[in-house]
Design a binder for this molecule. Structure first.
Ligand SMILES: [Zn+2]
Ligand SMILES: [Zn+2]
Length: 302
């Protein structure tokens, strides 16, 4: 296998990041213009919703809980489906995403964290600068050292290396499938274009901003039932929008837990999917919150 994953944040990688942020934004403007005259119908909403769940769960269940934290084990077929689904979110090839996120957990809100909102000041300006960096600005910063040491385990997996190598193919499929669905369901070329705009570009924009909000919002605003050594917080809004990832203080307290929503009211659809896969025999060894890796101590009252 001669594929070399993109584990150094070169100018080329930063340029790709810029394109990944900019093009969906242009797509949003196009979709807004299409509202005038066409509106938005059930077809666009359904295609966008399905693609949101496929790419979003690919990130939360696949990229994050399975490949970054090894919160459960999965059959090769399920690994492939999750890795490919995650790639359609256009947040980078698998190994790069995992390496950056493992570094985030190692240095959480301390020197070396690729995307911490922590700044020297507590005034509104300092907080907003921190928010911007943690949300989006970090994608355009080069001062992260070589990430190769973080993903030695994934490099030994030929299946995952192959999926990592074909990242561009999965991105293209993630944009073409909603276009095909839109065209097929409406029987028109205009329907295909609207499927591409809403289910492709706008959906990428939505999933990306929700993921980035876990890094920004969920390290600034929300409750902290566990006194972890970082600033992580449980945020109800992103608990829902983020498919369970917004229970982020729980996650920093128990990083290897497949379950992030620990209370009955903390809805965690990603965990429900993992449990469904377990029932079907596709996933096993599903970790609960009993294994504490972080140095933060669980709050005795929780
Ligand atoms: Zn975090
Ligand atoms: Zn994590």
């Amino acid at each position: 296998m001669d594929h070399e994953p993109f584990l150094q944040l070169t100018w080329g990688v930063l340029a790709i990041n810029f394109i990944s942020v900019f093009i969906p934004f242009v797509g949003l403007i196009g979709a807004m213009i299409s509202l005038w005259g066409y509106g938005i119908g059930a077809t666009e909403l359904v295609v966008m919703g399905v693609m949101y769940l496929v790419s979003g769960l690919g990130i939360t269940v696949g990229y994050h809980r399975l490949f970054t934290h090894r919160a459960f084990e999965a059959t090769p077929a399920l690994q492939a489906v999750l890795a490919i689904s995650g790639a359609t979110a256009v947040q980078g090839p698998l190994l790069q995403w995992v390496a950056v996120h493992r570094r985030h957990h190692r240095y959480s809100d301390h020197h070396g964290d690729p995307h911490s909102p922590k700044t020297l000041g507590s005034n509104v300006g300092a907080i907003m600068r921190g928010f911007w960096h943690a949300h989006l600005g970090w994608l355009f910063v080069r001062n992260v050292p070589d990430l190769a040491g973080y993903v030695k385990d994934l490099r030994r997996n030929p299946l995952l290396m192959q999926i990592d190598r074909l990242f561009v193919v999965w991105v293209a499929l993630g944009l073409l499938i909603p276009a095909a669905l839109g065209g097929w369901l409406t029987g028109t070329y205009a329907g295909a274009i609207r499927g591409f705009l809403w289910g492709g570009l706008v959906r990428v924009l939505l999933v990306s901003h929700v993921t980035w909000s876990i890094n920004s919002v969920c390290h600034l605003w929300g409750s902290r039932p566990y006194p972890t050594r970082d600033l992580s917080r449980n945020n109800v809004l992103f608990g829902w929008l983020g498919l369970g990832e917004g229970w982020h203080n729980n996650h920093h307290a128990y990083p290897t837990s497949a379950r992030h929503g620990l209370k009955w009211w903390q809805f965690d659809v990603s965990y429900l999917l993992i449990r469904a896969c377990e029932k079907l025999g596709w996933a096993w060894n599903v970790h609960g919150p009993e294994i504490v890796v972080d140095s933060g101590q669980p709050h005795p009252a929780d």
